[in-house]
Design a protein around this ligand. Structure first.
Ligand code: PBG
Length: 311
């Protein structure tokens, strides 16, 4: 009957140490531009992202996941592996402003290619192996800039092994990899693609991202990435795929991350803005459910907001 007893028997708690906030770095200075489909999430120039990261670290945030929007895009996504590119500069600025903050970087070409695909396009489709080489190059560039962990989100085949080898050979044998290992071809990435300007100019991502109908294949993809050397695996999106989080929890002993993606965020924000949901309760409930399913880490745009309310 009493709150104190209910708290004592509460089985699942979300802890601030396990929240990761995605952030978007853009060119320029003093840029702080709200993303229309993701209220409360901003495009930040390097100076601003450093300020914001420090403020959040002071509130107890432990980790950020960094995305970059380059000044120019081209066919081969060269902004991604440019050692002076937007992500490299943002890493350096964040590490300087908040040295203890764990800086994780997203590794994919889709934000850097003129056609918006996750790799090099040949004959109308993504050429897997040449793309993997560029992804490995991107991971090394981020490592050199000071990233604490890399997170490949591209879903190309055999990229985890290739990135592991590239990091080992360039002096980063201890740099961990969080693989977007089980990533579905989902409608819930819509707002992110607005934010990252990464909607494919033609076609879609179903050639390499998972069919939402396939659970066995989803498990196999994560197990494959563990075999190639991933340190942390991930399920993405989160809420529609809690069964997959649970099955992975039962089948592996690896740390599991779940990504509450842009569409999941936007749905809660949009409903709350209309008074149709209690925002704080919806945040608490969704994060708790993701943990209950078996995730250790949660990547969420609510991380900053949730810090204060973790129970
Ligand atoms: C890049 C990438 C995407 C997301 C994270 N990394 C988009 C996509 O695969 O199309 C989505 C994140 C979100 O929706 O919040 N490949």
């Amino acid at each position: 009957m009493t709150p104190v007893l209910r708290d004592m028997v509460q089985e699942t708690r979300v802890h601030p140490n396990q929240l990761i906030l995605p952030m978007f770095a853009v060119e320029g200075t003093k840029v702080r531009e709200e993303i229309p489909s993701m209220p409360g999430v901003f495009h930040l120039s390097v100076d601003q992202i450093a300020l914001e990261a420090r403020a959040l670290a002071d509130l107890g945030l432990k980790a950020v996941l960094l995305f970059g929007l380059p000044a120019k895009k081209d066919e081969v996504g060269s902004g991604a592996y440019d050692e002076k590119g937007i992500v490299a500069r943002a890493i350096a600025a964040i590490k300087q402003a908040a040295p203890a903050l764990c800086v994780i970087t997203d590794i994919c070409l889709c934000g850097y290619t003129s056609h918006g695909h996750c790799g090099i396009v040949k004959d109308g489709h993504i050429a897997n192996d040449p793309t993997v080489e560029l992804l490995a190059k991107t991971a090394v560039a981020h490592a050199r800039a000071g990233a604490d962990m890399v997170a490949p989100s591209d879903m190309m085949d055999l990229r985890i092994g290739a990135i592991r080898r590239a990091l080992d050979e360039t002096g980063f044998p201890d740099l961990p990899i969080m693989s977007y290992s089980t990533k579905f071809a989902s409608s819930f990435y819509g707002p992110f693609r607005d934010a990252a300007h990464s909607t494919p100019a033609f076609g879609d991502r179903r050639s390499h991202q998972l069919d939402p109908a396939n659970a066995r294949e989803a498990i196999a993809e994560s197990l494959q990435d563990l075999a190639e050397g991933a340190d942390i695996i991930m399920v993405k999106p989160a809420l529609p795929y809690l069964d997959i989080v649970r099955r992975l929890r039962e089948q592996t002993n690896a740390p599991i991350a779940a990504y509450q993606v842009s569409g999941e965020y936007a749905m809660i924000k949009a409903a709350a803005a209309r008074g149709w949901l209690d925002e704080q309760r919806a945040i608490d409930e969704s994060l708790t459910a993701i943990k209950r399913a078996g995730a250790d880490l949660i990547i969420t745009y609510f991380a900053g907001q949730a810090l204060a309310n973790c129970r």
